[in-house]
Design a protein around this ligand. Structure first.
Ligand code: 5GP
Ligand code: MG
Ligand code: MG
Length: 181
């Protein structure tokens, strides 16, 4: 599949992303203003560019941690299994936590991660996703902040990959296969 020739059509420009990150960071700042030390948790690997931009716009004391989850879809079943490949390094009990995700698609990943982190008794837990594909949702979850709602397209760039490629694009684009009619 990765061998199929494709081009990337720009969907959201770097400038649009930067403007949205600024807006969101203002809202996040207002929500967490006065907190001791916010723990910003990035879900690897797709959120690494987004989290870097968000924390640099936040004028608050922050700690950065990462979690890596992997979801396995069984094409014949609606139940999905989410596994934790890399857990947090730090403690979040009694702390204010912001979970940063790249895309909420079926919702299984974010729902699972939120459940897991809530079990560690944070004082407050909020979520932000750069992209949301509401038409794909299979479980009831919505991020507290969303960068952009997008249609059901496969996207890359700004940290998000296609078979580990294209994470370094500064914008978000949709993959278009050249061998499709
Ligand atoms: P969910 O558990 O919500 O179905 O899975 C969300 C994860 O699926 C995202 O964090 C992302 O890693 C992956 N994903 C969903 N849509 C896309 C997409 O359009 N492009 C890429 N590269 N990954 C996606
Ligand atoms: Mg992800
Ligand atoms: Mg991926």
């Amino acid at each position: 599949m990765a061998q199929r020739p494709y081009v990337i059509d720009t969907m959201i420009s770097a400038k649009q992303i930067a403007a949205r990150v600024e807006e969101l960071s203002q809202e996040i700042h207002d929500e967490f203003n006065g907190t001791d030390k916010l723990v910003v948790v990035g879900l690897l690997r797709g959120s690494f560019v987004f989290i870097a931009d968000v924390v640099r716009e936040l004028d608050l004391p922050v700690e950065v941690d990462f979690l890596e989850a992997s979801s396995y879809g069984d094409s014949t079943e609606s139940s999905r299994e989410v596994r934790i490949l890399k857990d947090l390094r730090g403690e979040i009990a009694g702390r204010d936590v912001l979970v940063v995700e790249d895309i909420v698609d079926t919702g299984f990943t974010l729902k699972h991660v939120v459940g897991l982190l809530k079990a560690k008794s944070p004082r407050k837990l909020k979520t932000i996703a750069l992209l949301d594909k509401p038409s794909r949702r299979e479980v009831d979850i919505r991020a507290d902040w969303i960068g952009f709602e997008i249609p059901d397209e496969f996207v890359v760039g700004y940290g998000i990959d296609f078979a580990q490629r294209d994470r370094n694009l500064p914008h978000i684009g949709k993959v278009r296969f050249l061998d499709d009619d």
